[in-house]
Design a protein around this ligand. Sequence first.
Ligand SMILES: Cc1cc2nc3c(=O)[nH]c(=O)nc-3n(C[C@H](O)[C@H](O)[C@H](O)COP(=O)(O)OP(=O)(O)OC[C@H]3O[C@@H](n4cnc5c(N)ncnc54)[C@H](O)[C@@H]3O)c2cc1C
Length: 414
Amino acid sequence: MSKIQSVAVIGAGPAGATVAALLAEAGIKVAIFDSGKRPPLLVGESLVPAIIPILRRLGVEEEVKEFSVYKPGATFFPTSSEELTYPFSRTKGNLPPYAYNCPRNLFDNALLRAATRKGARLVESNVSLEKGTRPDSVQLSEATLESTDGFFTKQPDMVIDATGRARVISRLLDIPSKDGERRDVALFAHLEECSLPCEGNIHIDRLRQGWAWRIPLPGRLSLGIVLDQKHLEKHGKTAEEQYDSFRGSDPILKGIAGDLKRITPVQRYNNYQLVSKRAVGSNWALVGDSSGFIDPIFSSGLFIAMDGAEHLAAAITKGTPNALRKYERYTLQHLASWHEIVSYFYNGRLLTLFRLGREMQNSTFGRVMDPHLQKHMGRIFTGAAATAKYSLGLLRIMTSYGIAKRDHRLLRIN
Ligand SMILES: Cc1cc2nc3c(=O)[nH]c(=O)nc-3n(C[C@H](O)[C@H](O)[C@H](O)COP(=O)(O)OP(=O)(O)OC[C@H]3O[C@@H](n4cnc5c(N)ncnc54)[C@H](O)[C@@H]3O)c2cc1C
């Protein structure tokens, strides 16, 4: 394989902008294409601390801070009367003890500006791709090549699919994927501003059916409801009807957000758990949601997307088939680890463990063990758990043997 000198990145979301910025910085000729067809409101507003080093590397942290709400931790309500708060400052290590909650359009624009500042060329066009002449390869259509206005005079050496759920390369080449077991729908909108029990934190409320997020944004609250489609049908036909009716009738949501005025339309996301079985091919690679998305519960999506983009940029800069295969292994493993962590939330084991941890603080053994457990379990919230083998192993043990005598089903998500 000769050195990769030119790359087309399709999709200017967080994954595309990050990989384009880092490749341009490494001296590779990069065009980043975007259709500009984004909904007015985008999910993915809460960040985790593990993303901060990437923002710093891209030189955008100060800008992001300006338009965001400072996020010092995460708060869970397994029941309406029980609060479990995890301040990021409890996880000792290299990560900063904070993250941000940010309006996604501003966040994406900041990343895209970083990519163009570093030398990537933005091409505003809806890319069309074709199968390439070599097996397992792709190429830009003639019209897409022309849309670069001479930036690319021939096919680029590599094409990166960063189109999120559009998954243009996987669809073109029929790359197999695996669906997650949940069939949830997420409905979300912005409501008027209100104060929350733990300022700045993301709040996760376990509901009788499903769960909800509350994310404080500047001047507003993002409220998302995640539940099985079958629970929503009786609440109306449109997303707005279902969102408002469910919010007004669920006993927990009614108390915390039933009266707040909705200030945006409602967005709906269906069946989003999906992971590709491959992430690289003969002249292509997948990054971000196009390689896979697990679940919104731990706000890990943007981190997985941008961390994957960092690894992909390093592999392409190295340019060897081995480096690309290593990227593929890393990406699929990262997604699989999050899949496992997320399953402990839905089956009730994680909330049972957190509850037990809090009760144990009253015993001598509990007080001795607590700092160790806080450090490792806390990595779930900072985003670092899935790549920290020891933390993941400990989580596995604690969510099975550690809670052995407790009935975790009492805290599962219905
Ligand atoms: C309900 C829900 C809640 C979530 N909440 C969070 C959260 O709180 N925190 C978090 O970190 N993550 C969250 N996520 C995940 C997060 O939104 C995604 O992981 C993230 O947006 C992935 O970024 P991306 O760059 O891969 O894709 P995207 O952000 O989807 O970007 C894809 C880009 O490709 C462009 N595009 C598509 N097709 C074409 C084409 N043919 N030609 C040109 N351009 C094209 C689109 O216009 C878009 O700009 C959530 C996800 C869901 C479903």
